[in-house]
Design a protein around this ligand. Structure first.
Ligand code: ADP
Ligand code: TPW
Ligand code: MG
Length: 576
């Protein structure tokens, strides 16, 4: 004891050192980024181990793309950049699709990739996994940075965070060459070099004149409509959005991932009268939704012949007039904008004409009534409506569960049929209609929220990320996957007219995806009727055990490309 006490001052006199590994970990922790989604390998294997040892949650996936989708949706759910960690060239490229997807969808995400030696890469001398990753990434994301010196790690991470979450959120690439990790520097200087990002996404207050203009246009409307997009869900200004919609009395239409911001069962919800409100409205206020293909670019048949005025609330000024004239642009963050709109409405804000709201309600009730018996059908083999009717009532009973959804028919029909009751509970394919987000999103949703996840997956869609069922079992996540198994893409009935190969859109008939889950210790169920499906999903949601239910769907039930078959190019020659 006495000896040790004598030696201590000597040890303290030695210079305390830190290195790249620790500085990156400390920089992330300092900024509250404590979860990493990735795949290990050179040069980041030890980094993952050390991060885990330092208390970060490091989730290892089976493929970087899925880790990337997890990081992207973590960004959407938390308003903090989701972190994806990959190895050089091939790992980086596998993660890049997710980075581009995050950017397209306005989700904050940082893809951190290890990379090879700069000197060798730049002279193209054939390093291990050689690639000029920074140059490649630049075209796919909002910002891209490389850190060469340990002393710059703090600034590099800070820039990446601020770039990802400020203004319109998006994907950021951070390139960390192998040599950086082992670079040593004085620990005190290292600590001082770290940056805690202050006010990473500053409020962007709208100009008062823009608020007045927007309210004037809205007030003048005979047939107003509010469209809520996933930007409004992202903004987490839930109370203000609800108060604004309710005070205005205007029917609202939620885009797919904005469902639940106000409940789909809300008296003003026009979800079940979508075509009517798009066609007949005269003033349309977009809140965090773009006039892209998902809204037919704001013109054409979908929008009818009546003249329309658009009001748009968005953080990105360049979004205004992207497709049609915006008569009242409101640029700012949704929380600030919606609050300013609310503040600008006088106490006696006039309700929209009763004729309009009654017409919307009639249409909605008609459509809901028409759908009801189809959702109660108990057909075997199941059709989409019978199976989705069951899932719809399960979500109604468990509104806290998160619904992940991908596929074609499986996506389009589930979106229309399953009502959502709370914000950010529906996660799906987003702006690109990308297949493969399923397992990554399910994992991140469970990890970030701790809530049970129901993933409703087309059999094709699931195949893109199916191997991650092992990841779900490994981390014992409360994820219930329901595969709508119709033997293929859109339908399982296609036949190759010219040879013995299967048709291009069909898979092995009668496949048993449930057995994949059993292989890793999860629960697998084969469900052939709505009743069986209901029992299995409820059991999974009650137990929280990783579960995969193979829901056998009539292979003839779907339609080509689900609801967007019109986008398929047609050959004039084919018809002959
Ligand atoms: P959807 O697919 O639901 O229609 P989009 O992805 O097309 O939604 O649009 C989302 C929009 O929301 C983007 O234009 C983006 O700039 C905007 N946005 C994202 N976050 C915010 C925010 N905090 N405040 C204002 N606008 C935002
Ligand atoms: C990354 C093209 C759109 S939808 C789909 C594909 C392959 C699968 C539809 O079949 P599924 O659903 O999932 O079985 P269902 O119920 O209609 O049978 N690659 C990517 N993204 C997309 N969108 C495609 C391909 C596609
Ligand atoms: Mg299918």
């Amino acid at each position: 004891m006495a000896e040790a006490a004598v030696k201590q001052p000597e040890a303290a006199a030695e210079q305390e050192l830190t290195d790249g590994f620790h500085l990156i970990i400390d920089a992330l922790k300092l900024n509250g980024l404590t979860t990493i989604y990735g795949v290990p390998g050179i040069p980041i294997t030890d980094f993952g181990r050390m991060a885990q040892a330092e208390g970060l949650r490091v989730l290892s996936f089976r493929h970087e793309q899925n880790a990337g989708y997890a990081a992207a949706i973590a960004g959407f759910l938390t308003k903090k950049p989701g972190i994806c960690l990959t190895v050089s060239a091939p790992g980086f490229l596998n993660g890049l699709t997710a980075l581009a997807h995050a950017t397209t969808n306005c989700y904050p995400m940082i893809l951190i990739s290890g990379s090879s030696e700069r000197e060798v890469v730049d002279l193209q001398q054939g390093d291990y996994e050689e690639m000029d990753q920074l140059a490649v990434a630049k075209t796919m994301c909002k910002a891209a940075y490389r850190v060469l010196h340990a002393a710059d790690i703090g600034i590099g991470v800070a820039r990446a965070i601020r770039s990802a979450v400020s203004g319109r959120p998006g994907g950021v690439y951070l390139d960390l060459p192998a040599k950086l990790f082992g670079q040593v520097m004085d620990a005190e200087k290292g600590r001082k070099s770290l940056v805690k990002v202050i006010d990473a996404a500053p409020a962007q207050i709208p100009a008062p004149a823009s608020i007045k203009r927007a309210l004037d246009v809205l007030k003048s409307a005979k047939k107003p409509l509010i469209i809520l997009g996933k930007g409004a869900a992202y903004a987490q200004a839930d109370e203000a959005v609800k108060a604004f919609v309710e005070k205005s009395g205007v029917p609202f239409l939620p885009m797919s991932m904005a469902k639940g911001l106000l409940p789909d069962t809300h008296p003003q919800c026009a979800g079940a009268a979508r075509s009517t409100v798009l066609k007949d409205s005269d003033v349309v206020m977009l809140i965090g939704a773009r006039l892209n293909w998902l809204l037919s670019h704001g013109k054409g048949k979908t929008w009818g012949d009546a003249p329309k005025k658009f009001i748009q609330v968005d953080i990105e000024p360049k979004e205004m007039d992207s497709n049609v004239e915006i008569v009242a642009p409101v640029v700012g963050d949704i929380g600030s904008c919606v609050q300013a709109l609310l503040d600008g409405m006088d106490a006696k804000w006039p309700a929209p004409p009763a004729e309009w709201t009654a017409a919307v309600k009639t249409k909605r009730d008609e459509n809901v009534a028409k759908m009801a018996p189809r959702l109660r059908n108990n057909n075997v083999p199941m059709d989409y409506h019978g199976a989705l009717g069951v899932l719809r009532s399960i979500i109604a009973e468990r509104p806290d569960a998160i619904l992940v959804n991908e596929g074609a028919n499986t996506l389009d029909l589930a979106r229309g049929i399953i009502d959502m009751y709370k914000p950010r509970k529906r996660l799906d394919v987003g702006t690109w209609g990308i297949m493969g987000i399923g397992m990554g999103q399910a994992i991140a949703a469970a990890v970030e929220t701790g809530k049970p996840v129901l993933a409703v997956e087309g059999d094709s869609a699931f195949g893109f990320s199916g191997m991650e069922v092992e990841t779900i079992c490994r981390y014992n996540l409360p994820v219930c996957i329901v595969i709508f198994n119709n033997d293929g893409i859109y339908r399982g009935t296609d036949v190759n007219k010219a040879g013995s190969d299967p048709a291009t859109t069909v898979f092995v008939k009668g496949a048993r995806y449930d057995k994949m889950m059993e292989a890793f210790g999860g629960v697998g169920v084969n469900a052939t009727s709505p009743d069986e499906l209901k029992r299995a999903v409820n059991a999974a949601m009650d137990s929280g055990k990783p579960t995969l239910i193979n829901a056998v769907i009539d292979p003839a039930a779907g339609s080509e490309s689900g609801r967007i078959g019109n986008l398929n190019p047609q050959s004039a020659l084919k018809k002959k």
